[in-house]
Design a binder for this molecule. Structure first.
Ligand code: ARG
Length: 589
């Protein structure tokens, strides 16, 4: 079956056509005033203008022409010619049943033209600990990849680690100062290098700030790290071997943080992986006359006629001849185009990097790798503290992602324990698993429910609450439906034909109907908060049904069977939607 909204749209388009008017006037949408109508059609106004007729007259003709449809229970004309449409209960029942049966898609259709998309998100840096900003790119990027795939796109996600550049030079030189006798620093050593890393993740998080602080105070110390990078670039074997160790242990630790959040990547590539492509890439760009020297640096001018102010050039090499963040992004585009030939490339990165990406996109277009209109920077706002400034720890540092997930876990555990929220027979490992799912739901939903581009205030206490617009609230509703359906099953009650009668049932049915639209809007705008809004409304709709009616304990067999079927439909769509947000509910609580 098609979508209810489309079926209604066709009925109205047909009606306009019968009056000799354009079918496009028949577009319908959900009513702005749900207390008055389910759907509305405003086409009579524009049609009247074009046909030089009275809009109320046209509206009356349309109303007359559609009123025999079984999908429509009533239609009235408001104001100058708005058509307010009430859907029949039978049509709503059919819609809820078709969602119930659609076990894989819960009522959502795939996109009409699926695309091959490279999704660049995560962007964790080796050695530098992840911060709350990395929470945003991780959960937004991961949700988008789930949504794109669900709707039929082919997605290749890449973490694009920051594993090249000064921080590597810092790590190498600082380690050398601490342990000069390691074979990695011995020029006469011919290998093979040891398989075990000489450092662990704690060492890395200590060495980096240590070196970085020294370099800030001492230009010679900075020069040492820069020299190490140059040698790394030139292929010094001991340094290369160290780099591999650093990356491997960082990935192992990153996988724990991402795993807790339910975030995954297809590719664990980074800046270092495209570094070998850079020399040839630069030669080629120079040979084609697209780059030139400017004050010792090598640049690609990327300004456009439409620019209203001076536009900074794209820098391929700085005046020391070193490649930059820009350069590795351009080389990565070249690599991705060669390997995957994607339709689009999307970057989920902090809004503050907007200029960077615009420059990169312009440059990639100029050098002919991919046109700028096939690339998108999906920026996001910052996570702020209650003071409105970017979130810091009490000591004033940035909060590490691993500390953040740890705090969320502890608070979730406390919240499920207090107030007797958990069944008394749940403890041990099951309780730990539930706390982890609650923490994940709390962090992900708190982030995703905000319009991507806005900032939000980090408030763990609020995020982990079971009341309000939170992840835990959603889990609570899912668990409630599950337990109700289990109870009914244990008593031998089966789901049956759906009848939509009460207001709570109607509202829920109309919400279920809106999933497809919400998902496609989410996809089109790359804005997960639209889907969040949908699942939250659905959960609230269920809570209203639960508050208004008996379900498993309803004495009337037909009514009970119908309500159980409605609940199955809601559960399916709720879990499907939550899964797309990377949120999983426990079986019970
Ligand atoms: N590592 C960067 C950072 O932490 C983010 C990388 C984003 N992706 C990209 N292709 N530049 O800021």
């Amino acid at each position: 079956m098609g979508q209810l909204i489309d079926e209604i749209g066709i009925i109205f388009a047909d009606a306009f056509e019968r009056l000799g008017l354009d079918r496009a006037y028949g577009a319908v949408r959900r009513s702005d005033r749900p207390e008055l109508a389910d759907f509305q059609c405003n086409g009579a106004l524009a049609a009247a203008k074009a046909a030089k007729r009275n809009p109320r007259g046209i509206a009356a003709d349309i109303a007359d022409s559609v009123k025999t449809s079984a999908l429509i229970s009533s239609i009235d004309i408001a104001g100058p010619g708005f058509l307010n449409i009430q859907i029949s209960n039978a049509a709503l029942a059919r819609c809820v049943e078709s969602i119930r049966q659609d076990t894989h898609r819960a009522g959502a259709r795939p996109v009409a033209t699926p695309q091959k998309i490279i999704l660049d998100f995560g962007g964790a840096n080796i050695a530098k600990p992840m911060h709350v900003g990395h929470l945003r790119t991780a959960v937004i990027g991961d949700s988008l990849q789930r949504i794109f795939r669900f709707l039929g796109d082919e997605v290749i996600s890449d973490i694009h680690m920051g594993d090249w550049g000064l921080q590597m030079g810092h790590l190498i030189t600082e380690l050398q100062a601490e342990q000069p006798d390691l074979v990695y620093f011995d020029d006469d050593f011919t290998g093979p290098y040891p398989e075990a890393s000489p450092v662990d993740i704690e060492d890395l998080s200590r060495l980096y700030p240590q070196a970085s602080n020294k370099a800030k105070a001492d230009p010679d110390r900075l020069a040492q790290s820069q020299a190490a990078i140059a040698q790394l670039q030139a292929g010094r074997a001991g340094y290369r071997a160290l780099l591999e160790h650093f990356v491997d242990i960082s990935i192992a630790s990153l996988k724990l943080d991402y795993g807790f959040l339910g975030v995954s990547f297809d590719l664990w590539l980074g800046e270092k992986d495209v570094e070998p492509l850079i020399p040839d890439m630069i030669e080629d760009i120079k040979a084609r006359g697209l780059a030139h020297e400017d004050k010792g640096a090598l640049i690609i001018p990327v300004e456009q006629e439409s620019d209203t102010k001076d536009y900074p050039p794209f820098m391929l090499l700085n005046s020391r001849g070193a490649s930059l963040y820009h350069t590795s992004d351009l080389a990565t585009i070249l690599d991705r185009v060669r390997r995957y030939d994607p339709d689009r490339m999307l970057y989920v990165v902090d809004q503050r990097q907007a200029l960077h990406f615009e420059q990169v996109f312009r440059a990639a277009d100029i050098v002919g790798y991919i046109s700028a209109d096939r690339m998108e920077h999906l920026g996001f706002g910052t996570v702020n503290g209650k003071d409105g400034k970017p979130f810091k720890t009490r000591e004033g540092g940035t909060l590490k992602l691993s500390d953040l997930t740890g705090m969320a876990f502890n608070m979730a555990e406390q919240k499920i324990t207090e107030g007797g929220r958990l069944s008394s027979d749940i403890g041990g490992a099951e309780k730990q698993d539930i706390a982890a799912l609650v923490a994940r739901a709390a962090l992900r939903f708190a982030d995703l429910q905000n319009t991507r581009t806005t900032n939000y205030v980090f408030d763990l206490d609020k995020f982990t609450s079971f009341e309000g617009k939170t992840g835990p609230y959603l889990l609570y509703q899912v668990v409630r439906i599950k337990s109700l359906l289990r109870k009914a099953q244990a008593e031998g009650h089966k789901a049956g034909d759906i009848h939509i009668e009460s207001e709570a049932e109607r509202n829920l049915a109309l919400t279920l109907e809106g999933f497809d639209l919400a998902l496609h809007m989410t996809h089109q705008k790359r804005m997960p908060h639209i889907l969040c809004e949908h699942v939250y409304t659905l959960a609230q709709g269920f809570a209203a049904l639960y508050g208004a009616h008996k379900i498993a304990t309803e004495p009337d067999d037909t009514v009970r069977a119908s309500r159980l079927a409605i609940c199955q439909s809601v559960l399916l769509q709720l879990e499907t939607g939550l899964n797309l947000l990377g949120i999983k509910a426990p079986e019970r609580m």
